[in-house]
Ligand binder design. Structure first.
Ligand code: TYD
Length: 132
């Protein structure tokens, strides 16, 4: 299975600028129950470092750039996120980390579930045990 799932979003571009539309269950494989975004990020303060038991997410870098690390317990890959027309799917049981934020980075996350701390696995060893 492909570890990195990139989603090319529908964009409408004309002389006025660009518009991206995202429809649940169409442009992404889940219904959106939660939206959050991060900004005022620091290049040396990475975030994430967890996996979700149930939640699926789509990450889109709306402005600036950052590096997303995706790890399914068997393979790891990194992707430079800087294109608001491309999302990265963070599936359930995928360890993810976000690094190297540009000072203007604005990162949007669309999530399939409401926030629930019990859905998080924040210990990498526990994550690996759960995977295997
Ligand atoms: P945290 O999980 O540490 O963020 P990251 O994944 O970027 O490392 O979340 C930071 C704080 O925000 C923490 O106190 C939990 C809270 N939070 C919510 O209340 N709702 C949410 O949807 C999210 C993602 C976080």
């Amino acid at each position: 299975m492909e570890i990195l799932k990139k989603i090319k979003l529908s964009s409408f571009e004309d002389y006025r600028g660009d518009l991206v539309a995202i429809e649940e269950n169409m442009d992404l494989p889940f219904s959106i129950r939660r939206i959050y975004y991060m900004f005022n990020l620091k290049p040396n303060e990475p975030r994430g470092f967890h996996a979700h038991k149930k939640t699926q997410q789509l990450a889109i870098c709306l402005r600036g750039s950052c590096t997303m690390l995706i790890d399914n317990g068997h393979e790891k890959t990194k992707i430079e996120m800087k294109d608001p027309k491309n999302g990265v799917l963070i599936d359930r049981m995928v360890w993810h980390e976000m690094h190297n934020f540009s000072s203007d980075c604005l990162l949007l996350l669309l999530a399939s579930e409401l926030y629930d701390e019990n859905d998080y696995i924040r210990d990498y060893e526990i994550f690996l045990n759960e995977i295997n």
